[in-house]
Structures are given as C-alpha cells and as structure tokens.
Design a protein around this ligand. Structure first.
Ligand code: 9D3
Length: 232
C-alpha cells in the first residue's frame, strides 16, 4: 500500500515512520510513504499556498490550485475503488478504527495536511473523498494527524504484525477497552498483582480479564458502553 502525504512541512515526517511497526512495514516493502512538498506545485516567486479569506476574518486559507495540481499529478488516473484522497481537517468526521480498516483495503491513499485557519472548501467538496479529524482538540495542522492515520492503517496491513492473531483479537474486542496488564515483580511498592493471574487457571483468567476490561471501560470510557448514561 502507498501513502502520499501532501504538506508544506515535508521535514516533519523524517521521524515518525522510522520506528516500530510502521518502520518494519516500510522495510518489508508492505508499505510505502511518499512525502510531497505542496510548494512544488506553486509557480510564483514566493511559492504561495495561502490567501486571505473571502468575507474577511482572522488568519489565512489554503488556496485550492496547488492542492488540485498536487493530487492530480500524484494520482493521474483516479480509481475510487482502490484509491482515496483524504483531507486532514479539524472540521472533519472523527477518524476511528472502522475508517482505518477501510483505508487498509486500498492500494493508494493521499493525505492532505491542512495548515493555517483552514482549506478552501472546494478541496473538500471536489477533490477529496473524505475529510477526517483525529479528535476534539486543536492541533496546529494536519501533519500529526496524518502520521496517526498512517500508523493505525499500517498495523492492519496483511503481513505487518508478526502475530496475525493480535489484529483479529483487536477487531473482536472492539467496543470495549483492553484489560489491565501486569508483569514482574509480583509485588511492587506495596501493590500486588491480582492473585488470579498467578494461578495458571486459564479459563478463570479469561473471565477475570473480561470483567476487568468492562470495569475499566465503565470507569475510563462510559460512552463506549450501551445504555450507559453520561456519554462523555
Ligand atoms: C483555533 C482555530 N479554529 C477555529 C477558531 C479552527 C482550526 C483551524 C485549523 C483548528 C485547527 C486547525 C488546524 N488543525 C488541523 O488542521 C487538523 C486537526 C485538528 O486540529 N484536530 C484534530 N484533527 C485534526 S486533522 C487536521
């Protein structure tokens, strides 16, 4: 699978994809990430990518022309079955695991990183297949969000996780949080590991873990449980 990232900060991506699962996926040739400098599609002396908002107001808006030229040169033959163009935007739809699964089925995805106060709306309506936000907090731009999308999709690609079972498990248990984990020492700073985990009764451990996962979900993320009031 190929990710294309369109950004005005290409240097930003020197780090995030070198490590761990994503780094391994790239080394194994299962994933390619190509970084594109949006200013390569500008033709004025100042390589302008933004302009003042119609209607007035604070801040600048990303111009449509360089973004259209970038995407049209990165994907000269648009195939909506196998490719997607995604705008990373604070005003987008919330990016969740289901979206990550959808993207992992495609062969080529272009992620456009917004900057400034926003992006000309015609980029979302005419050029992009989706507009995604990674959560309800304000970032300075789409770059960190794009790195999050690449990471979450990379680990779903066939052959990326040595342990194929762990992705299957993840999708099964989707909807509630993972159970808490412990490792040695069995007692640390006066806190003991739950006895049931030490006794080797696998069926008892499985049941205990499920109950612990439900308890933790109720405490940390009541919004994930059906019928639970006070979502967020
Ligand atoms: C504080 C400015 N906001 C309105 C008054 C609008 C705004 C514009 C641009 C908020 C954030 C940004 C830059 N963020 C992104 O481009 C972004 C983002 C985010 O901020 N949060 C979560 N996901 C994403 S994806 C892209």
């Amino acid at each position: 699978m190929i990710f294309h990232i369109v950004t005005i900060f290409p240097e930003f991506f020197a780090g995030p994809f070198q490590y761990g699962v994503v780094g391994k996926a790239i080394e194994a040739g299962l994933l390619t990430v190509r970084i594109h400098n949006l200013r390569d599609w500008t033709f004025d002396r100042h390589k302008t990518v933004d302009d003042r908002p119609f209607g007035g107001g604070e801040g600048m808006v990303m111009k449509p022309e360089p973004l259209f030229l970038a995407v049209e040169s990165i994907l000269p033959e648009r195939d909506r079955e196998k490719q997607a163009v995604v705008l990373m935007s604070a005003s987008g739809r919330l990016f969740e695991q289901a979206q990550a699964r959808c993207l992992s089925q495609l062969s080529e995805v272009v992620l456009i990183c917004g900057r400034y106060e926003g992006v000309d709306e015609r980029v979302a309506t005419l050029l992009c297949d989706a507009e995604l936000s990674i959560g309800d907090y304000v970032l300075s731009g789409g770059e960190l969000a794009a790195a999050v999308v690449v990471d979450s999709v990379a680990r779903l690609l066939p052959g990326v996780l040595g342990n194929e079972a762990s992705t299957v498990q993840e999708s099964f248990s989707a909807g509630i949080l993972d159970c808490p984990h412990w490792t040695r020492p069995a007692e640390f700073r006066g806190v003991k590991v739950p006895e049931v985990l030490l006794n080797g009764h696998h069926e008892q451990i499985r049941k205990w873990r499920h109950a612990a996962a439900l308890e933790k979900t109720a405490r940390m993320r009541p919004d994930l449980l059906p019928g639970e009031p006070s979502a967020k």
